[in-house]
Write a protein of this length. Sequence first.
Length: 327
Amino acid sequence: FFFSFSLSRLTLDERATMEVAVTNGDLDRQIETLRQCMLISETDVKLLCSRAREIFLEESNVQRVNAPVVICGDIHGQHFDLMELFKVGGDVPSCNYLFMGDFVDRGYYSVETFLLLLALKTRYPNRITLLRGNHESRQITQVYGFYDECLRKYGSSNVWEYCTEIFDFLTLSALVDDKIFCVHGGLSPSINTLDQIRTIDRRIEVPHEGPMCDLLWSDPEDIEGWALSPRGAGYLFGTDVASKFNEANNIELICRAHQLVMEGYKWHFNNAALTVWSAPNYCYRCGNVAAILKVDEHLHHSFTIFQAAPADIRGAEPKKLQPDYFL
């Protein structure tokens, strides 16, 4: 049922040839093409993923990020709305960005969206940080759109294979100036300290359970302690759990994405945790606004709210839809 592919199977000579072949000029061309919501060639995707892999290999499971930074939640293949995000937040490389995962599925342009962010990461590795979300997974993308989109747009599963290989190298979390912990989902009963996250072997498919799964799937809830998640993966964690985690790690805030918020952002637990959602009018029908969190050099923060891209910019949407679900 699942495909297997590994860039590591390339010989050293093949890998060196691929890396040399991707110049900054090539990346600039790819970025411009992808900004226009047009596809780059399958060969370019393969070369891009090979070069990006080497960058992600150098990143920690808790990647250090310096403020000022713009922190973003789920994007879900809504390419034209990502362009709106850059309009209100500033462009790369003039602004430093941190995206908290879920780049693909549900939207119509997951291929162009993820490859644009990947190209920006490869061109400006110190100006954009990409975390792994629960949708950066072979299993999830074979059900909720990304696999089918790759097959439809490229005529084979090759691009999906290159991208899902890269998913395994995306980092799990980030720490902004040692005070703001950023993760896609939430906390885990198996994790008390950031050092425990640093020891996880992340270069695998997202497991069905365990600490890595929890980081990508868990949600805050108005409870005490822990509860099973209705999602079927991860946990619900309460105010006492968040408070103890923040105190133990000397951090001020848990910043996460993963849940649709109609107002674009939502505070939890007396401001100990925060959800940021950056996909406006989610699934092109939810009617929500989106938000980004701007953190300045003094760790003061502000929110920028934005709407979905106007219809005249978006153009005609493809008719193929993915199944409904609540994740």
